[in-house]
Design a protein around this ligand. Structure first.
Ligand SMILES: O=C(O)CCC(=O)C(=O)O
Length: 315
């Protein structure tokens, strides 16, 4: 990985030394060993160090893109499955004229390939710590006439002074061509190096123009936003976000405490187990509160059980 020529490369890739001994004692040093980057991806890393983002054209085939669009269309025909934002956003940030389908990994196997593009894995291996995680993944369909989204950086909810190493990264996969006027994601080049001030103005943002099947990778520190759709066509995309491996509690409360027991636990305790959505929407599930998703699941399972029992009784 030492072939990179960027003078400030170390700032972005430096690994913490503080936990080396404990990592060795618990075996995490080998389990999560950092891999050497395939040199074919160096140019993407260099571009990202410099600009905070990189465009990878032709990341996915025409067939993969069409399959994803067909699957999104078929999900959208069942609003109960597609979810609460699939007919339009519920606030200015989601975009009142923008349709989102959250929790794609629970709804179809068609989307599994998108978070795992080899160049993106290599970029994450470079910019994030070993064991980085999937943060969120959903579709974003910006309808004609949609206003530009508020410019933001994805780790904006983190109260650390900037500049700092990225706490995450993201890709937008273009399912339609990204053009000057159809709501293409806009980025503020080099803003990943900015301090807490300034806040960029819209004229500092440039649209990411790329053919469908391409992706743009950017750091969680880069200012960006959804574009103004002045065209007559929708702009469909997938967003996948990733985060540092340490952005989670030590013990996974969602798995280690049976969901059936939640009603018996004091509500404040359930909140701090992670069931309360943080600001602005940290810890949401399928576009809503995790508690609602758990209740929905338990209700469905109870109904399935009752149905199975009725079937048995008829025999
Ligand atoms: O739709 C886009 O182009 C960007 C969306 C985005 O940045 C977000 O919703 O956080």
């Amino acid at each position: 990985m030492s072939k990179l020529s960027s003078p400030n490369a170390d700032f972005w890739s430096a690994q913490p030394k503080n936990n080396l001994l404990i990592n060795k004692q618990v075996g995490a040093d080998t389990r999560l060993a950092k891999k050497n980057t395939n040199p074919q991806f160096h140019k993407y890393i260099e571009h990202t160090i410099e600009n905070g983002y990189v465009i990878i054209e032709g990341a996915f085939t025409e067939a993969e893109v069409e399959e994803a669009k067909d699957e999104l269309y078929s999900l959208s025909k069942s609003p109960n499955v597609a979810g609460p934002a699939s007919v339009g956003g519920r606030n200015m940030f989601e975009g009142l004229n923008t349709r989102r389908i959250y929790a794609l990994l629970n709804k179809s196997r068609v989307f599994d390939k998108f978070p795992l593009h080899p160049a993106v894995v290599a970029l994450n291996d470079y910019f994030l710590d070993p064991g980085w995680l999937l943060h969120t993944m959903h579709s974003i369909d910006i309808q004609p006439g949609e206003n530009p989204q508020t410019l933001h950086h994805d780790d904006g909810s983190v109260t650390l002074p900037r500049p700092h190493k990225p706490l995450g990264s993201a890709i937008m996969v273009a399912l339609d061509p990204y053009t000057e006027d159809n709501g293409a994601t806009v980025v503020v080049p080099k803003s990943h190096t900015w301090g807490t001030e300034p806040i960029p103005t819209r004229d500092q943002a440039v649209p990411v123009i790329m053919p469908k099947g391409s992706l743009v990778y950017f750091l969680g520190t880069l200012w960006h936003g959804g574009g103004h759709n002045r065209s007559s066509k929708e702009r469909r995309a997938l967003t996948v976000q990733y985060c540092q491996p340490w952005i989670r509690p030590f013990e996974n409360q969602f798995v280690c405490v049976d969901w059936e027991k939640l009603d018996d636990i004091p509500s404040k305790l359930v909140d701090i187990m992670g069931y309360q959505v943080g600001a602005p929407f940290l810890g949401f599930a399928d576009g809503t509160s995790p508690r609602k998703v758990v209740n929905r699941y338990l209700k469905r399972k109870a109904e399935e059980l009752a149905e199975a029992r009725r079937g048995e009784a008829k025999l």
